[in-house]
Write a protein that binds this ligand. Sequence first.
Ligand code: FES
Ligand code: FES
Length: 186
Amino acid sequence: MSKTPKAPVSTMPQGIQPRGERRRITVTLNGRERSGYCEPRDLMSDFLRHELGATGTHVGCEHGVCGACTVHIDGVAARSCLMLAVQADGRRIETVEGLAPDQTLGDLQQAFQRHHALQCGFCTAGILMSCADYLKRVPDPNEAQVRDMLSGHLCRCTGYTPIVAAVLDVAARRREAQEEKETSDA
Ligand code: FES
Ligand code: FES
Protein backbone atom coordinates (compact mmCIF):
# COMPACT_ATOMS: atom_id res chain seq x y z
CA MET A 1 0.00 0.00 0.00
CA SER A 2 1.47 3.37 -1.05
CA LYS A 3 1.67 6.19 1.48
CA THR A 4 0.25 9.64 0.72
CA PRO A 5 3.18 12.15 0.84
CA LYS A 6 2.82 14.65 3.65
CA ALA A 7 2.75 18.36 2.90
CA PRO A 8 6.02 20.05 3.97
CA VAL A 9 5.70 21.59 7.41
CA SER A 10 6.96 25.20 7.76
CA THR A 11 9.34 25.72 10.68
CA MET A 12 8.94 29.49 10.40
CA PRO A 13 7.25 31.04 13.49
CA GLN A 14 3.88 32.57 12.71
CA GLY A 15 4.09 36.19 11.58
CA ILE A 16 7.77 35.97 10.53
CA GLN A 17 8.37 36.28 6.81
CA PRO A 18 10.92 33.95 5.23
CA ARG A 19 14.44 35.28 4.96
CA GLY A 20 15.35 36.44 1.49
CA GLU A 21 11.94 37.84 0.60
CA ARG A 22 12.76 41.29 -0.76
CA ARG A 23 10.35 44.15 -0.98
CA ARG A 24 10.63 47.40 -2.89
CA ILE A 25 10.17 50.58 -0.88
CA THR A 26 10.28 54.26 -1.83
CA VAL A 27 11.38 57.14 0.39
CA THR A 28 12.06 60.82 -0.16
CA LEU A 29 15.74 61.07 0.72
CA ASN A 30 17.05 64.60 1.14
CA GLY A 31 14.35 65.90 -1.17
CA ARG A 32 14.69 63.24 -3.88
CA GLU A 33 12.49 60.22 -4.39
CA ARG A 34 14.57 57.06 -4.07
CA SER A 35 13.57 53.40 -4.27
CA GLY A 36 15.35 50.24 -3.27
CA TYR A 37 14.89 46.69 -2.06
CA CYS A 38 15.04 45.37 1.47
CA GLU A 39 14.20 42.26 3.43
CA PRO A 40 11.57 42.60 6.16
CA ARG A 41 14.27 42.24 8.82
CA ASP A 42 16.61 44.94 7.37
CA LEU A 43 17.31 48.00 9.49
CA MET A 44 16.71 51.47 8.14
CA SER A 45 20.37 52.35 8.79
CA ASP A 46 21.57 49.44 6.63
CA PHE A 47 19.05 50.26 3.88
CA LEU A 48 20.32 53.85 3.74
CA ARG A 49 23.96 52.83 3.62
CA HIS A 50 23.95 49.66 1.54
CA GLU A 51 20.94 50.09 -0.74
CA LEU A 52 20.80 53.87 -1.26
CA GLY A 53 24.51 54.63 -0.78
CA ALA A 54 23.88 57.29 1.89
CA THR A 55 26.99 56.33 3.80
CA GLY A 56 27.16 59.61 5.75
CA THR A 57 24.88 57.90 8.27
CA HIS A 58 27.10 55.86 10.56
CA VAL A 59 26.31 52.72 12.51
CA GLY A 60 27.90 52.15 15.90
CA CYS A 61 26.05 50.10 18.49
CA GLU A 62 22.94 49.08 16.49
CA HIS A 63 21.08 49.14 19.81
CA GLY A 64 19.85 52.71 20.01
CA VAL A 65 22.53 53.76 22.49
CA CYS A 66 25.29 55.69 20.69
CA GLY A 67 23.24 58.00 18.43
CA ALA A 68 25.64 57.68 15.47
CA CYS A 69 22.83 56.58 13.13
CA THR A 70 20.50 59.52 13.85
CA VAL A 71 18.55 60.83 10.85
CA HIS A 72 15.35 62.84 10.45
CA ILE A 73 12.20 60.92 9.70
CA ASP A 74 9.35 63.20 8.61
CA GLY A 75 11.32 66.09 10.11
CA VAL A 76 12.05 64.55 13.52
CA ALA A 77 15.38 63.15 14.72
CA ALA A 78 15.30 59.37 15.18
CA ARG A 79 17.69 56.42 15.46
CA SER A 80 17.73 54.68 12.11
CA CYS A 81 19.06 51.47 13.73
CA LEU A 82 15.85 51.17 15.74
CA MET A 83 13.60 51.19 12.72
CA LEU A 84 12.99 48.60 10.05
CA ALA A 85 13.49 49.78 6.50
CA VAL A 86 9.99 48.65 5.52
CA GLN A 87 8.55 51.04 8.12
CA ALA A 88 10.10 53.96 6.22
CA ASP A 89 8.18 53.25 3.02
CA GLY A 90 6.62 56.50 1.78
CA ARG A 91 8.28 58.67 4.41
CA ARG A 92 10.62 61.66 4.23
CA ILE A 93 14.17 61.00 5.35
CA GLU A 94 16.95 63.53 5.81
CA THR A 95 20.52 62.42 6.41
CA VAL A 96 23.71 64.37 7.04
CA GLU A 97 24.20 64.65 3.27
CA GLY A 98 21.09 66.84 3.25
CA LEU A 99 22.81 69.45 5.45
CA ALA A 100 25.12 70.34 2.55
CA PRO A 101 23.05 69.67 -0.59
CA ASP A 102 25.24 71.75 -2.90
CA GLN A 103 28.51 70.58 -1.30
CA THR A 104 28.68 73.76 0.79
CA LEU A 105 28.74 73.23 4.53
CA GLY A 106 25.71 74.52 6.37
CA ASP A 107 26.06 76.95 9.28
CA LEU A 108 25.90 74.16 11.86
CA GLN A 109 28.69 72.24 10.14
CA GLN A 110 30.76 75.42 9.84
CA ALA A 111 30.36 76.01 13.59
CA PHE A 112 31.62 72.46 14.27
CA GLN A 113 34.62 73.25 12.06
CA ARG A 114 35.34 76.57 13.83
CA HIS A 115 35.19 74.98 17.28
CA HIS A 116 37.04 71.76 16.38
CA ALA A 117 33.99 69.86 17.53
CA LEU A 118 35.11 66.59 15.98
CA GLN A 119 38.17 64.43 15.66
CA CYS A 120 37.56 61.07 13.95
CA GLY A 121 34.07 62.25 12.99
CA PHE A 122 32.40 58.88 13.51
CA CYS A 123 29.77 60.27 15.87
CA THR A 124 29.44 63.60 14.05
CA ALA A 125 26.76 62.81 11.47
CA GLY A 126 24.33 61.69 14.15
CA ILE A 127 25.15 64.59 16.45
CA LEU A 128 24.65 67.09 13.63
CA MET A 129 21.24 65.62 12.83
CA SER A 130 20.15 65.78 16.47
CA CYS A 131 21.42 69.37 16.81
CA ALA A 132 19.70 70.44 13.56
CA ASP A 133 16.37 69.11 14.82
CA TYR A 134 16.87 70.51 18.31
CA LEU A 135 17.74 74.03 17.16
CA LYS A 136 14.56 74.17 15.07
CA ARG A 137 12.54 73.53 18.22
CA VAL A 138 14.76 75.37 20.75
CA PRO A 139 16.43 78.34 19.01
CA ASP A 140 17.77 79.89 22.22
CA PRO A 141 19.12 77.05 24.37
CA ASN A 142 21.43 77.40 27.37
CA GLU A 143 24.47 75.23 28.00
CA ALA A 144 22.66 72.82 30.34
CA GLN A 145 19.93 72.24 27.76
CA VAL A 146 22.46 71.55 25.01
CA ARG A 147 24.33 69.11 27.26
CA ASP A 148 21.06 67.38 28.07
CA MET A 149 20.24 67.03 24.35
CA LEU A 150 23.74 65.68 23.66
CA SER A 151 23.41 63.09 26.41
CA GLY A 152 21.77 60.88 23.79
CA HIS A 153 25.08 60.66 21.90
CA LEU A 154 28.41 59.01 22.62
CA CYS A 155 31.58 60.65 21.34
CA ARG A 156 34.69 58.66 22.13
CA CYS A 157 37.34 61.17 21.12
CA THR A 158 36.48 64.88 20.98
CA GLY A 159 34.76 65.43 24.27
CA TYR A 160 31.61 67.46 24.53
CA THR A 161 32.87 70.97 25.39
CA PRO A 162 33.66 72.04 21.80
CA ILE A 163 30.42 70.46 20.55
CA VAL A 164 28.42 72.46 23.11
CA ALA A 165 30.32 75.62 22.11
CA ALA A 166 29.52 75.03 18.43
CA VAL A 167 25.81 74.57 19.10
CA LEU A 168 25.58 77.70 21.28
CA ASP A 169 27.56 79.66 18.69
CA VAL A 170 25.33 78.75 15.77
CA ALA A 171 22.21 79.42 17.84
CA ALA A 172 23.51 82.92 18.72
CA ARG A 173 24.43 83.68 15.08
CA ARG A 174 21.02 82.57 13.83
CA ARG A 175 19.28 84.79 16.39
CA GLU A 176 21.45 87.75 15.39
CA ALA A 177 20.69 87.19 11.71
CA GLN A 178 16.97 86.98 12.50
CA GLU A 179 17.07 90.21 14.51
CA GLU A 180 18.90 91.98 11.69
CA LYS A 181 16.33 90.77 9.18
CA GLU A 182 13.45 91.93 11.37
CA THR A 183 15.10 95.35 11.78
CA SER A 184 15.65 95.77 8.04
CA ASP A 185 12.09 94.58 7.26
CA ALA A 186 10.58 97.06 9.74
S1 FES B 1 23.96 52.73 15.79
FE1 FES B 1 21.98 53.48 16.21
S2 FES B 1 22.11 54.29 18.20
FE2 FES B 1 24.06 53.36 17.88
S1 FES C 1 34.66 62.66 16.99
FE1 FES C 1 35.37 60.61 17.18
S2 FES C 1 33.74 59.59 18.20
FE2 FES C 1 33.16 61.62 18.23
